[in-house]
Write a protein that binds this ligand. Structure first.
Ligand code: HAM
Length: 423
């Protein structure tokens, strides 16, 4: 038991971490181009924030939160998502007093107690962005475009953008009424979850994956036909802007997201390379979230990308994200004390070379074999007599060629060889 990580969590081993570094570098690069700044919020928050922000009747809040009492009897929750936390930070740090809009991004772990499967974990990681302080439909287009730009920058080109408008509290009220009226006689035929959703959160029925529920909801009215004038205009503006930017999308009136804070724009990006968990990015506008958690009414919009899922999609597409770092130099010893070797290894590191040495008292032959196995291209051999003369041997592993170099010139000599090999 104690030698196994908790269900739904996993270790990121050195051979995978290189992909994560690459991913995070791309996040920084793309966010810089779009003018977004990084924010880091705590891993846990007051439970109340998610109850109010995400919504008590959502699956995330009612079934999936890791909630605990701390030693001071406060109810805390490991964040299941980033938006409510970033909204809280925006208010707490009085960012509404700064020049608007505020454009933020984050990368980090989220926690949901869901049934683990391929692409679904209990601890997973998101890259997300949140923008506060503008209602403009063009901003919705910028946020959506940022996610598309990011995927393409990673080398992922096979995905579909789905967009919808979930309206504002006023038109959604009317849509709820129409949806409930249309489903009234079918409630008993819906799956148990949807039967429960009927009264509290009927829009979520549209999102059910069960065939039975899909069939029963085939002919229900579309939210897009019920939008009020302002919401309809906003959606038209968004579509027009995406068209002008040359982005393809599918208008999907069944797209309702699993969090209660959305208003107007909702969107999702789907990767055909993944199975059931095919959503690699989800987001939308939330013009009342700040209000709901106790702040002024300031509009916002954002998205979050599931890092694990994107890495799976990249793997399926055969995209390789960088190579693990390798030491550049191995310091091998022949009858020279490891202490002396360490001094020389340290000098090489000071000179900016990634250097390693033997700590297992291996024979010279075994050390060379080790360097070869690790893919280290240059080996410095310290021999007792040479050292006394202030010299060492440098061996290029690929060709087997060796030359004698003075210790004084060693770092410069190796640096030149490393540069040559990089070319
Ligand atoms: P979400 O749709 O719940 O939205 O999650 C966003 C993305 O996180 C999903 O599309 C998926 O790629 C990934 N994801 C979610 N749950 C899991 C899981 N259990 N295992 C692996 N990956 C997962 C949000 O979280 C909103 N906060 C997004 C947002 C930001 N809306 C506005 N701003």
């Amino acid at each position: 038991m104690i030698t196994k990580a908790p269900r739904g969590t996993r270790d990121l081993l050195p051979k995978e971490i290189v992909q994560w570094h690459y991913f995070e570098e791309k996040v920084r690069e793309v966010c810089r181009l779009f003018g977004y700044q990084e924010i880091r919020t705590p891993i846990f928050e007051h439970t109340e924030l998610f109850l109010r922000g995400v919504g008590e009747v959502t699956d995330i809040v009612s079934k999936e939160m890791y909630t605990f009492m701390d030693r001071g009897e406060r109810s805390l929750t490991l964040r299941p998502e980033g938006t409510a936390a970033v909204a809280r930070a925006y208010l707490e740090n009085k960012m509404h007093g700064e020049a608007q809009p505020i454009k933020l991004y984050y990368v980090g772990p989220m926690f949901r107690y869901d049934r683990p499967q391929a692409g679904r974990y209990r601890q997973f990681h998101q890259f997300g962005v949140e923008v506060f302080g503008s209602q403009a439909a063009e901003l919705d287009a910028e946020v959506i475009t940022l996610s598309l730009f990011f995927f393409r920058a990673l080398g992922l080109n096979d995905f579909t953008l789905h967009i919808n408008s979930v309206g504002c509290p006023q038109c959604r009220q009317e849509y709820r009424r129409q949806l409930q009226a249309a489903l009234q006689d079918k409630v008993s035929a819906l799956c148990a979850d949807c039967a429960e959703r009927f009264a509290k959160n009927p829009l979520r029925i549209l999102d059910c994956k069960q065939n039975k529920c899909r069939e029963l909801t085939q002919d229900v009215p579309s939210m897009l036909d019920v939008l009020c004038g302002e919401c309809a205009e906003h959606f038209a503006q968004l579509r027009q802007t995406l068209d002008e930017l040359g982005e393809n999308y599918v208008v999907n009136p069944r797209l309702v997201r699993g969090l209660d804070y959305y208003t107007k724009t909702a969107f999702e990006i789907i990767s055909p390379a993944l199975g059931a968990q095919s959503s690699i990015c989800g987001g939308g506008r939330y013009d009342y979230l700040l209000n709901t958690i106790g702040g002024p009414q300031i509009p916002g919009i954002g998205f979050a990308v599931g890092i694990e899922r994107v890495l799976l999609a990249l793997e399926a597409a055969g995209v390789q994200l960088g190579e693990p770092d390798k030491p550049e130099v191995f310091v091998a010893t022949a009858k020279v004390a490891p202490k002396e070797a360490l001094k020389l290894t340290m000098d090489l590191r000071q000179a900016g070379l990634a250097a390693e040495q033997d700590f297992l008292n291996r024979s010279l032959k075994a050390q060379l074999k080790y360097a070869d196995k690790k893919g280290i291209k240059l080996v410095v051999i310290l021999g007792e007599e040479e050292m006394q003369k202030g010299q060492v041997t440098v061996r290029e592993m690929q060709t087997g060629s060796q030359e004698t170099v003075t210790i004084n010139e060693l770092a410069t000599h190796l640096a030149a060889l490393v540069r040559r090999k990089d070319k």
